[in-house]
Design a protein. Sequence first.
Length: 256
Amino acid sequence: MKKGLIKTLALSLAAVSCMAFASCGGTEEKYVVNAIANENNEQYAFCIGKTATKKTEILGAINEVISEVTIADIVDYYNSVYDALEAGQDAPASPLTKVNLSDNTGGTLQIYNESGFAPFEFTDNQSNVIGVDMYIMELAAEKLNMQIKINDVDFNAIVGKVATEDNAIGAAGLTVTEERLDSVDFSNTYYSTVQCIISKESNNYKTLEDLKGKKIGVQKGTTGFTLIEKEIKEGVLKDSGAQVIEYDNGALALTA
């Protein structure tokens, strides 16, 4: 994927949940992001298995962190880090509270995420997963006297992993949905977002109706996939010739 395109996507993700990518082939043309009108805001939260033995303690620590920090400042900082890395520069000095978990003795908190969703999770030049969600997890682990282990997996696998592994956490810009609540419990929400369409500037698709007859790339397991699948089956895209194509992450969808 071209660096300029990645940067455009990353900056957009700070404000919107980019779910539908109109497939247009690979050129240097700029991409635009348009929020879908009349779609409800979505809320991000962290998830844990319903039967986790330390669920109350872990969610309590996460909720404390959410109440104590200013999420916008964390998002702004990790956007600046991503921009610097993409430009081949050193990351800027952090204005955030430093966290050191090396001396913690309360065990290891397993974190499941998918690192293609900057500024919430992405990799630095040493292939370490960093971002908004990882920083919040570090702060929560500090309260729990725990260390963390980050498991970078396909987004579609995260809820299943968390549901079946004791005391594991899903930290991946996860939207709270009724379907996910059947398998996991969530922390308090920490970020509000909306669904959007990314398309080439020359197409500038703005509504679901604009996607009739198009191939629509979505990331597997996301609320964007759920929305498009529903619209094709029974909504404005029904019998329109629109096709949904699933990808492991949003970046791959943009290169289709």
